[in-house]
Design a protein around this ligand. Structure first.
Ligand code: PEP
Ligand code: MG
Length: 320
């Protein structure tokens, strides 16, 4: 099985009934981009830009960022690259971002809130991304969004950066769905975002009100919890209303039990851990979208993640 998956790693992933699913990989460095390509990923659905910003005294300037993003884009050899704007704050502190001590860092100044709190940093980052050639290879996405106003504020800075650089082409700007607020208002966000990408790690943490870093809770945190699946369902429905595509870039994209459910709910792109990409592609090829839809509908009616897993494992005889 593993050998067969490996052999077909560089072929596209198409379901038995002919639906193409994009299988991407998450990245955080040039080496990750090389690993993505080596494993047959068709692009990167999430570049975590924090690697450039942490463990240093001053933030990287626009030129340094532009060089790094360019190197990663080149390592992907023309494949799409979705660059996430800075997602620091809370527990990921940087000395040049004096975030006051917080009682609940996970609910504090983080993600897009930090970018809008320090808009000059956001502007430099967006300009650096816009400078990557060839234009159009990079898309931008915004983490931790909880309301449409945040997307609008980021877009305003993006438009300003484009004007400064004399760029008139459309630049794709997407939203990460990581908060329950974003999931339940996905229709409102999709009206103005070019795509939605679900960050299931944070979404699960916030939906279940369980700290994703707490080892005592680790066994109980499962993104296949029906409450999370209902959020994903709502996200896909909201996006469909505006003909926007939905991807998953959280850990659930690398969970082979989740693949048929995500497809059935309407997810079109999976950004996985690079080494898992060949297995996810093989999984997609064994599925039919029609059966996935029926399975997803049943999954939404289960009462626990365990029941969801039992359902999937009982219905798809593809031991992996
Ligand atoms: C997520 O929350 O699922 C995600 C992809 O972002 P990160 O893991 O970087 O918070
Ligand atoms: Mg996240």
């Amino acid at each position: 099985r593993k050998a067969a998956a490996k052999a077909a790693a560089h072929e596209p992933a198409v379901t038995r009934d002919g639906v193409r699913i994009e299988v991407f990989a998450n990245t955080g460095s040039v080496a990750d981009a090389q690993a993505a390509v080596a494993n047959g990923a068709e692009g990167s659905g999430l570049l975590r830009t924090e690697f450039l910003f942490l463990d240093r005294e001053t933030p990287p300037d626009e030129d340094e960022q532009a060089r790094q993003y360019q190197a990663i884009a080149e390592a992907l050899d023309g494949r799409p690259l979705i660059i996430r704007t800075l997602d620091v704050g809370g527990d990921k502190a940087a000395p040049y971002l004096p975030i006051p001590a917080e009682e609940n860092p996970a609910l504090g100044l983080r993600g897009v809130r930090v970018s809008l709190w320090r808009p000059h940093l956001l502007k430099a980052q967006l300009r650096a991304i816009l400078r990557v050639e060839p234009r159009g290879q990079c898309k931008i996405m915004v983490p931790m969004v909880a309301s449409l106003d945040e997307l609008r504020a980021v877009r305003a800075v993006l438009e300003e950066a484009k004007r400064e650089l004399g760029i008139t082409d459309r630049v794709q700007l997407g939203v990460m769905i990581e908060t329950p607020a974003a999931a339940v208002t996905a229709d409102l966000l999709a009206a103005e975002a070019d795509f939605l990408s679900i960050g299931t790690n944070d979404l699960t943490q916030y939906v279940l009100a369980m700290d994703r870093g707490n080892p005592e809770l680790a066994a109980g945190i499962d993104a296949l919890h029906p409450a999370v699946l209902r959020m994903i369902d709502q996200t896909c429905q909201g996006a469909a209303r505006h003909h926007r595509w939905v991807g998953v870039c959280g850990g659930l994209a690398s969970d082979l039990d989740a693949t048929p459910i995500l497809l059935g709910l309407g997810v079109a792109e999976l950004s996985t851990t690079a080494s898992i990409a060949p297995d996810v592609k093989a999984r997609v090829r064994a599925l039919s979208l029609e059966a996935c839809r029926a399975l997803a509908a049943q999954a939404l009616e289960q009462t626990s993640p365990q029941a969801v897993r039992a359902l999937v494992q009982g219905q798809t005889n593809t031991p992996l």
